[in-house]
Design a protein around this ligand. Structure first.
Ligand SMILES: NC(=O)c1ccc[n+]([C@@H]2O[C@H](COP(=O)([O-])OP(=O)(O)OC[C@H]3O[C@@H](n4cnc5c(N)ncnc54)[C@H](OP(=O)(O)O)[C@@H]3O)[C@@H](O)[C@H]2O)c1
Length: 335
């Protein structure tokens, strides 16, 4: 098994066909095991996965420190680090309400801390996790461009912004990729965002390709969720919504069986098959889950299989929004 590579946009870096999202190793998905997380990072690097996504606010810095531990045993130039900033935490582990802190001063301040925690002198892709509607995107991207020119970051990325904002940002500086939720259950980007990305030569790193575990085939309605787990508050994981969504997953499971793959592999492979400008991020935090995800490398979906998959989980069939209402309201991509 060899993981292929994809280039992020016309100006971005070349990265592995799939990237690893490290969020769940420190935050939001219940208890994680630190030693297993480090082992998973190494297993990913050993398998040829080069892109790792994190944020300074995942575990309030703990996620960056975790990645730094794994990086100590690696050549820095073999790993592409994608780091987000802008969300603010509270001492009890919560998140502060909006606005996101993406002022030019915050860009430099947050970057200084991330470089230190990651024990590196540059970040490959640096991006605001969300925008602040009171701060023009030109100002945030302008500060990022200053940091790029100074060599502290190699590329500028964005996250969860819509087509109009993409165009404004791209007029200020080269943008490598947009990180956005994209899966069989979240097909919103197809309407105007993906066409804009292609027009502008910007890549897409897709998160939530398993809809935060829902599409993995491992989720059950009986699974207990701690209050701090994102999914305890996610509309798609509640009551009747969850039951309806699991019926879609069952249908997807039947297609996967015919293809000789697991449900999760088919969900990841479907995202990867939407274009060679798209890189799915997988949220594996255990080696077992990573190994399953890496199985997509050998899974080629022809047009017939893709049609079967889309018939099992039709566009727009998800029950419930992808975020609770207050968080949906912060998404420039949903305007
Ligand atoms: N830009 C943004 O706004 C944003 C938002 C969210 C996430 N992200 C980034 O995207 C990354 C991925 O997002 P996500 O974690 O929500 O994605 P995801 O891959 O849709 O969901 C991950 C969840 O699925 C479970 N899972 C079950 N089977 C799996 C398998 N075979 N492979 C991988 N995971 C499996 C995971 O592990 P367990 O079974 O161990 O629970 C975890 O709970 C994050 O780590 C983060 O870096 C970005």
């Amino acid at each position: 098994m060899t993981i292929g590579t994809r280039k992020l946009g016309t100006t971005g870096p070349e990265v592995s066909l799939i990237g690893l999202g490290a969020m769940g190793m420190s935050d939001l998905y219940g208890q994680a095991d630190e030693a297993e997380s480090i082992a998973t990072l190494h297993a990913a690097f050993d398998a040829g996965l080069t892109l790792v996504d994190t944020a300074d606010f995942y575990g309030a810095g703990a996620n960056e420190l975790l990645i730094a531990r794994a990086l100590k045993e690696r050549r820095r130039d073999e790993i592409v680090l994608s780091v987000k900033f802008g969300s603010r935490r509270t001492p009890d582990g919560g998140f502060q309400p909006v606005p996101y802190d993406v002022s030019p001063a915050a860009v430099k301040d947050r970057l200084a801390y991330s470089l230190r925690r990651l024990n590196t002198d540059y970040i490959d892709i640096y991006r605001p996790a969300r925008l602040n509607p009171d701060i023009p995107v030109e100002e945030t991207v302008g500060a990022l461009e200053e940091m790029r020119q100074a060599g502290f970051i190699r590329h500028i990325g964005l996250s969860e912004v819509g087509a109009r904002t993409l165009r404004r940002a791209a007029a200020v500086a080269p943008i490598s990729d947009l990180q956005i939720e994209y899966s069989l259950l979240s097909r919103g980007p197809e309407t105007s965002i993906i066409p804009a990305l292609r027009e502008l030569g910007i890549g897409l790193t897709a998160y939530g390709v398993l809809s935060r575990g829902l599409l993995s085939g491992h989720w059950t309605a009986a699974r207990h969720l701690d209050a701090g787990d994102f999914r305890a508050h996610s509309p798609r994981f509640q009551g009747e919504n969850l039951r309806a969504n699991l019926r879609l997953v069952e249908a997807l499971g039947r297609v996967a069986e015919r293809l000789g793959a697991t449900t999760g592999q088919v969900a990841i492979a479907w995202v990867a098959a939407q274009g060679d400008d798209i890189v799915p991020l997988i949220g594996a935090r255990r080696r077992e889950r990573l190994a399953e995800s890496l199985g997509v490398v050998d899974l080629v979906l022809d047009a017939g299989s893709r049609a079967e998959i889309e018939a099992a989980v039709p566009a727009g069939s998800a029950a419930g929004e992808r975020y609770a209402a207050p968080l949906m309201a912060t998404l420039d991509s949903e305007r």
